[in-house]
Design a protein around this ligand. Structure first.
Ligand code: AGP
Length: 614
């Protein structure tokens, strides 16, 4: 999704500071970028297609200033070209705008302006350019070509915003006012902050290291950012003040720290995430801290992507430990479904806490009167603030677009919710809780042993070769390892661009088996007992048709080797935690296959870290 940063202060040096902010948002995914410096005599805009290095070249000779806005674009309207890159200006270069989100009534407004000006004065295919035109038109109506004072700026800005429908966060600068930035938020996140200057951003990570506290302005807020204060109003035009929140993370957290990629760093941070996520949370008393208003008769879980797979694990835990029926929906589908039963609990799962579909699903649930609890990583995010209660997974900033450590945190968050529900239904007794708690305490060490094992390294070396020049692959699981099969397939898809399908093993005969051909790589996520035997059967079925089987099995499993070309074993742990351990192997397998294909594992093509548009 698009990234926005703006700074207004007394000191020059804005070009390098804005570029530094854009660099910190690169992980979100983008395809073009631009900067505008607001000088007393006018606006200077530089934009480039492609990576930030192109823009760095373009802004090399840019005149510096004390106020500016900048943007990384993830194309929604119009291809990723220089003329579609932000900032966008009106024809007279009176206004420059950067934007994240979508102006839904763009076509109608564009038509009205073309007719009013009796010519098509638009240079780009973007909805953002429209904002610049409208604001310039409203400024002309408010004060002609005189430099507007604050009151005139606010009047013109408010009338402009009233004309837009949709979800957007906006920042704009106006010629002659190189001391102030116009801001507005409707659904897409926007953060303001002050240090020795005034700052704004669409993503808290780009302010890390620049400020210590941030202010998440609310939906419908708009106003002016000055170097030392913010002047905010709500959607009714009433002056509002929003409280500041201490930043959750520091700069080192969001840096590579010597790792070759963020993804590999974050895979290896998982033992620490397990410890942080479960620290002091597994006792009977601590579980009461998982805020659930009543004993629900149904739990509805909503999420997208990897978070959805974590939600599937949560469902397994909740039904296993509490006996409460649970339905997992993609958030974007939940919104159109029929309301749940009278005493449902809606559980949102989201790393970023900014996924538009998940946020919209939670709001739909609240409109239907259901209590909402969200498992999030960013505890200052929009979803966190929208939900009735949250459970933070404490995974630290996850920079790699492909979610790894956050998945583990989300799954453990689901386990904590399940244990809490199990206590509410009296199905989880003290002894069982003690067993799980002891296993959880040993779990990070076992994961560290796995990550350091030569057996894993050797197994991955053999397994990754099976993907050379392959464009299709399968991941098979059953019961609690089925979500891991789906997650493993998504990881491979999104970073290596190999078409990978995750399937429940029992589904193979109902169609997918037709796709197995000589050399097709099939990853089997083992389980235990009768389910394990069924998965061995699946392995035989695909091998008989030429597939190459990579089995992820538990240490000591003597049988696995008879059914696989490559066996990678993981430490045995509590059955509830075992799928998380298997998933670490899937993450590393996908990582190495993608590296063999020279893919950018931290910033895969076409993808963004946080999908803040529907
Ligand atoms: C996971 O690797 C993907 N990047 C994506 O599926 C992600 O999990 C999904 O967009 C949900 O994001 P969230 O957890 O921030 O809501």
């Amino acid at each position: 999704m698009c990234g926005i940063i703006g700074i207004t202060g007394d000191k020059e040096g804005m070009v390098s500071r804005l570029m530094a902010g854009l660099t910190k948002m690169e992980y979100r995914g983008y395809d073009s970028a631009g900067v505008c410096i607001s000088h007393p005599e006018g606006l200077d805009v530089k934009r480039s297609e492609g990576v930030l290095d192109n823009l760095k070249e373009t802004v090399k000779d840019m005149k510096d200033g004390t106020c500016g806005i900048a943007h990384t674009r993830w194309a929604t309207h119009g291809p990723p070209t220089e003329e579609n890159a932000h900032p966008h200006c009106d024809p007279q270069f009176r206004v420059a705008v950067v934007h994240n989100g979508i102006i839904e009534n763009e076509v109608q407004l564009r038509q009205i302006l073309i007719e009013a000006n009796n010519n098509d004065c638009f240079k780009s295919e973007t909805d953002t350019e429209l904002v610049a035109h409208v604001l310039a038109q409203e400024l002309d109506a408010e004060c002609g070509d005189v430099v507007p004072d604050d009151e005139q700026l606010l009047a013109a800005w408010r009338r402009s915003l009233d004309r837009f429908d949709g979800s957007f966060s906006l920042a704009a600068v106006v010629k002659g006012r190189s001391d102030v930035i116009l801001v507005a938020r409707s659904f897409s996140p926007l953060i303001l902050a002050h240090n020795e200057a005034g700052f704004l951003a669409s993503d808290v990570s780009c302010l890390v290291g620049m400020v210590k506290e941030v202010c998440f302005i609310e939906d419908g807020d708009w106003g002016l950012l000055h170097k030392d204060r913010m002047e905010l109003f709500d959607s009714e035009g009433n002056p509002v003040s929003r409280k500041s929140t201490k930043l959750q993370w520091n700069e080192e957290d969001a840096e590579l720290g010597g790792w070759p990629t963020f993804m590999l760093k974050e895979i290896n941070e998982q033992p620490a995430v397990v410890r942080a996520c479960l620290q002091g949370r597994l006792s009977r008393e601590a579980l009461r801290g998982v805020k659930i208003p009543y004993k629900p008769d149904l739990v509805r879980i909503i999420a997208c992507g990897t978070a959805f797979h974590a939600g599937m694990m949560a469902r397994h835990y909740i039904e296993e430990l509490s006996g409460i029926p649970c339905i997992v929906d993609h958030a974007h589908e939940f919104r159109y479904g029929t309301p749940a039963g009278p005493k449902a609990l809606v559980l949102g799962v989201s790393q970023s806490g900014e996924t538009a579909d998940t946020l919209a699903g939670l709001m739909t649930a609240q409109e239907r009167g259901y209590p909402t609890l969200s498992i999030v990583n960013v505890e200052t995010s929009t979803i966190a603030r929208q939900s009735d209660a949250i459970l933070g997974i404490r995974a630290g900033p996850e920079i790699g677009v492909a979610s790894t450590k956050a998945f583990t945190g989300q799954v453990l968050g689901g386990l904590l919710v399940a244990l809490r529900l199990g206590r509410l239904t009296n199905k989880v007794h003290t002894e069982e809780l003690a067993v799980i708690s002891n296993a959880a305490r040993r779990f990070p060490n076992a994961m560290e042993r796995l990550l350091a094992s030569t057996q894993l390294e050797q197994g991955l070396k053999r397994a990754r070769r099976l993907f050379h020049d392959k464009n299709h692959a399968f991941f098979l699981g059953r019961n609690s390892s089925y979500p891991i099969a789906l997650e493993g397939a998504l990881k491979l898809k999104e970073i290596s661009y190999i078409h990978a399908e995750g399937y429940a093993g029992g589904e193979l005969k109902h169609g997918p088996l037709a796709l197995i051909e000589d050399g097709t790589p099939v990853v089997v996520i083992s389980s235990e007992g009768i389910i394990q035997q069924k998965l061995f059967g699946n392995a035989r079925e695909v091998s008989a048709r030429g597939a190459r089987v990579i089995m992820i099995a538990v240490e000591g499993d003597e049988e696995a080797a008879a059914h696989a070309d490559v066996v990678i074993t993981v430490p045995k742990t509590h059955p509830l935690l075992q799928p998380i351990m298997h998933n670490v192997v899937c993450q590393l397998l996908s990582y190495h296959v993608a590296m063999d294909r020279d893919c950018n594992v931290d910033r895969p093509r076409n993808l963004a870290k946080s999908v803040t548009v529907e």
